[in-house]
Design a protein around this ligand. Structure first.
Ligand SMILES: Cc1ncc(COP(=O)(O)O)c(C=O)c1O
Length: 373
């Protein structure tokens, strides 16, 4: 372990924890006050007083201290699942303790004669689900319709295609025709929409509404746009019934604390108004234009803004420099992204609206000279 840690340090891939106290849209990072540009609280709901009050009103206990199938199935969770399914347009929704565990549910959907087709940029929790499953796993090139179509011709009793809706590190959308190709090949389509959920679509139902596709299963997280905590899957009633009986990351863990379900219910209600999404997306367009005008290379078409840097050490140096200058933005490095593809992942909340010019000035003053390389 010691050698491995030394190796990580040498190759600029070592990770350590910072102490971070959030006061939206700011954070005290190791005691220093900064604008927080790396949280997934896209709509700023984690500090919305209505959401906080909803949690407080239902704070009779901190945890049910039991799994859903034993004594943990609080009516607030059921109410949230009901509202969520209605909003998403699915028969049923099933809440998990977090999005990571909801993604692990994929492993329970397949068996040894089955085939999983997974996009090469899928999140680690999807990769872990693939590893846990007994199915054969084929990774297709990022968003490549040809590669997916070719690999779907391989033998498999059942086939399952899994993709992110909005890719978390590249900020691009899944291609609409992924759904068509999955359908044509008789495969189930699973979309992890953790980052597009409650933001995109004319009714904020997420990527399936934005791209007008049918996904058999949507998997998502409440700790992004809803600003709360937890994960869920939405699907047909037989699939949800199957998960209640077969999904180990649902069965063998304690239930989501009920006050968090109450907070999510309130956050869902607010998200449906749509005003915060409008402010967020206005700020995103403005900052993307400003950064491009300053000469930064940015990727993707969504609200996630990867500023491409390349070298790991340069990305780390820029992140440190920005921190000293009042901006907290993290360097994203291998293995989260490919080697030499390091980037700064800039994310805004709707609360950053008054600060976009200030943020752009900090980027303008960034000395992109040899001292940061
Ligand atoms: C694409 C994607 N899926 C799933 C997750 C896991 O969600 P959670 O944080 O609720 O465990 C994340 C969070 O990082 C994510 O980015």
């Amino acid at each position: 372990m010691k050698e491995e840690l030394e190796e990580l340090k040498k190759s600029n891939l070592y990770r350590s924890l910072k102490s971070i106290k959030i006061e939206n849209p700011f954070a005290y990072v190791n005691g220093r006050k900064c604008l927080l540009l790396c949280s997934n609280d896209y709509l700023g709901l984690s500090s919305d007083i209505r959401v906080i009050n909803a949690a407080k009103e239902h704070l009779s206990h901190l945890s049910q201290c039991s799994s859903r199938l034993i004594a943990g199935n609080d009516p607030l969770i059921e109410e949230f699942e009901y509202e969520l399914a209605k909003h998403k347009g699915y028969d049923r929704a099933l809440v998990y303790p977090n999005g990571y565990m909801a993604n692990l549910a994929i492993s329970s959907l397949v068996n040894k004669d089955d085939l999983i087709l997974s996009d090469e940029l899928n999140h680690a929790s999807i990769i872990d689900a693939c590893k846990l499953s007994k199915a054969r796993v084929l990774v297709y090139k990022h968003n490549s319709l040809e590669d997916l179509d070719r690999k779907l011709k391989e033998k498999g009793r059942s086939k399952l295609v899994v993709t992110e809706g909005v890719f978390s590190m590249d900020g691009d959308f899944m291609k609409r025709d992924i759904a068509k190709i999955a359908r044509e090949n008789g495969a189930l389509l699973v979309v992890d929409d953790a980052h597009g959920d409650f933001i995109y679509g004319s009714n904020f139902k997420g990527i399936q509404e934005e791209l007008r596709i049918d996904a058999d299963i949507i998997i998502s997280s409440m700790s992004k746009a809803l600003g709360t905590f937890g994960g869920y899957i939405a699907s047909r009633k037989e699939i949800i019934e199957y998960m209640i009986n077969r999904s180990r990351s649902f069965i063998y863990t304690s239930a989501l604390p009920s006050y968090l379900a109450a907070a999510s219910l309130e956050a869902l209600k607010i998200s449906k108004e749509g005003s915060k999404q409008k402010i967020l997306l206005e700020s995103v367009s403005k900052i993307k234009k400003g950064l491009t005008d300053l000469g930064f290379r940015i990727k993707g078409e969504s609200h996630i803004i990867p500023i491409m840097i390349g070298s790991e050490i340069t990305a780390l140096n820029i992140s440190d420099y920005m921190l000293e200058n009042g901006i907290f933005i993290q360097a994203i490095r291998y293995p989260t992204v490919a080697m030499n593809n390091a980037r700064l992942r800039l994310t805004l909340t709707s609360l950053h609206h008054p600060y976009i010019d200030d943020i752009l000035i900090k980027f303008k003053l960034l000395p992109l000279n040899s001292s940061l390389k």
